[in-house]
Design a protein around this ligand. Sequence first.
Ligand code: NAI
Length: 342
Amino acid sequence: MKKNKVVLIPGDGIGPEITDAAKMVIAAAGADIEWIEKKAGIPAIEEGKNVLPEDTLDAIKQYKIALKGPCTTPVGKGFRSINVQLRKKLDLYAAVRPVRNFPGIKSRFDDVDLVIVRENTEGLYSDVENEITPGVVMSMKVATRVACTRIARWTFRYATLRKRKKITVFHKANIMKLTDGLFIECAQKIHETEYPNIKYEEVIIDAGCMKLVQDPSQFDILLLENLYGDVVSDLCAGLVGGLGVVPGANIGENQSVFEAVHGSAPDIAGKNAANPLALIMSAVMMLNHLSTSKTDVYKTAANKIKHGYNQALSDGMKTRDLGGKLGTKEFAQAIIERLDGG
Ligand code: NAI
């Protein structure tokens, strides 16, 4: 079988440690991948390049698929987020983040099985921020019918393919009548005209957050605009054990970038203390995306890795964020020792 080329962006902070762990696990599971390593963010600047170098973007456009570690964005000053730029420049409009319980991970609930779909290209992350006059600044929230319609259609199609039953939009259209109003109007239209069999509901986001922490099992797929999706993703991570266990994919028409929901975790970087599981699960999503049949090498590797981490967690193998003692490398090794049977 032809080796697939995948762009690897290690990122910074805990990024290099967790991408190394993911590469180790993928290789041990037998998925033959040629990694095309590219830089973005602080490591690119340190090499004298642009923060998001053209050759990194070109490689993703050429090979269509990337696995990405987290990239730091300075707070309140400095360069614009590479993560936001990457999603916009490559038009990776759907961020998909499955959130569920895992064996052996203690959390407040044991019946969480949610998928968050976040519109990834506009809203308040449209990068239109101005100083009108000293002391007066403005950030513009952008919603377009095209982007609101395509994320709604994508989500309903995803729900149908995954046999999911209900889509809930979290919004604030009572206050932002035009922007959030357009977001729900487009979702309603796709529901009514194309997917009437999938249940659809709208919840104002503040009440939605309260409902989520009271009983997450009442939700199935959550569809949110950009900023709400960002915030609610971390909230939902907290329902199942934290940021170490929530993977993600940024999907566009032409290319896809797989990355964990969490950031570069500078507080634990370089200490072999990060949980690599969220990135390893993102890699499983990537292998499933690469797979073209139920028995090919990518599907088989994805199943082996899933079996490996479920078994490792059931056996009490955990990193420190989950109350265990293992380091990043040791947890990856524990998965590798349990790949058989997948
Ligand atoms: P963060 O997600 O990096 O960390 C929040 C907390 O969770 C920290 O205490 C951290 O130690 C912990 N944590 C995160 N991932 C973990 C893992 N895999 N294992 C164990 N513990 C983990 O969020 P924070 O601190 O708000 O952001 C740090 C930087 O990351 C910022 O510069 C931010 O802009 C960037 N960021 C990048 C993202 C990306 O590249 N896609 C996404 C989110 C944030």
